[in-house]
Ligand binder design. Sequence first.
Ligand SMILES: C[S@@+](CC[C@H](N)C(=O)[O-])C[C@H]1O[C@@H](n2cnc3c(N)ncnc32)[C@H](O)[C@@H]1O
Length: 494
Amino acid sequence: MSFPQALFSTPTPFVRRGLDALARAVDLVMPLNAARRRELPDACRDLSALLTTERDGLERPYWTSPRLTSAYLRYFLPWNLVRLTALLPGLPLTAPATRPSGAEENGTATAGANDEFLIFDLGSGPCTFPLALWLARPDLRRLPVTVVASDSAPHPLDLGRRIFDALRAELDPASPWTLRTLRAPLHAAPRLLRGRPRLITLGNVLNELEERGRRGGSVRGRLAALLDDAARLLAPGGRLLAVEPGTRQGGRLTATLRDMALGCALRNDEDDEDRDGAENDWFEPAGGSGALRFRLLAPCSHSGPCPMSARGVTAWCHVNAPAEAAPTALTELSRAAGLAKESVSLAFLLLERLNDNAPLSARPADAPFRTGTPARLTARLISDAFVLPGAPGRARYACTEQGLALIPDAAFLPPGALCEATSTPRVDAKSGARIMTLPGREAAAPARTPSRDGASPRPAGQGRASGRPGERLRAAPAGRADKKRSTSKRTRKR
Ligand SMILES: C[S@@+](CC[C@H](N)C(=O)[O-])C[C@H]1O[C@@H](n2cnc3c(N)ncnc32)[C@H](O)[C@@H]1O
């Protein structure tokens, strides 16, 4: 593995054409009269409020309102595609295809190169994830892929299928994809699916599960059921990808899904209804019978407890994708709605279904993440760059197996990149983060730091942080949601 590895990809000409064509496709399937078009920015603002700050209204599904459906197709769908098409090209979504000589001991066989490639999208809305995969993954676009897009609401599925047909007709009529729709709630859809998916996707669904489920069982129960279904459906090597907005809620939900898949300690959040005495509790790994069925592929740099889940840490894991693929018409609509952005923020988790017969020792995936000497670790950048007094350049926070890290002089690396870093004995006093240096930039470590020299590192997932990493982590990246356009200085001092 060579470092650094960028997380986000520059939009290809095909993606750009696709995002331009989307507006035409949406006009085709849901035309707007002049009055509705004038009113569109207001509708976008109302829907944005419903999906972010006024979430009690989610009890009334927005898909029953033509005004809000139109706003979704013209504002949320394209922004979600901008987000996803930046993320998807760089993710290992497909296992190397192998054809085993016979069925494996447990009766399941790894999918072979000629098998149908089945993708199962849950909470698909207007088929956002399938559209993003089709646009951003030419390797899949060429294959005879079958996508089953499921949602409890039939109307957006129908609109999404028609949008897909229009995009394919305009951009790549030879693409051999079959897009089927399945009207079913999340808990029932997996039982109605025929075939074994090689990829299960969820886009912006977990937060609605939490919201709509407040009166009907805990979100953990729903996530556990989701993981059980995924473990049952996916062939070994199959992938589960959940992408949420980069809000605190999105980061917390993907972290909970991660912890549940790996059997890590429960989070201990202020707003966590199960938190009492939870720090020492452990999940039964999802998938039944105590066996670990998943390993982490991204974004995590290790499979230990998530540092963001530690008691007292108010920050959350999320990354900011550049918004450079956004078509001009979309940025203009966003500005008119008062929702202009300069980057898009997301939280995500990519899991791989393990082979049931994999030796237990190989399951926690720490080993592949370690690079070189024990002090040299793989680190995932999780903040924008900010000024660290006493250190050259601008610093960034990163996630490592030693917990939260602070890496000086790291502004040149692309957002969300995976990089190598060397641990130092120092701990930043403000955040409690271990100070680490990039190869060749060891001199960047502050000579006299605002740190507690020699202090032992706080193991990830344990103990209350004495500083407030959330302050800088919140100040530097997107904060509550996508980064709004602002005229304030980019470089922040603490
Ligand atoms: C914010 S939309 C996301 C749509 C699409 N995945 C995207 O990223 O644009 C959430 C979707 O989840 C669906 N949904 C929410 N709860 C659901 C449930 N329990 N079962 C099935 N679908 C659900 C909603 O109908 C809605 O289409």
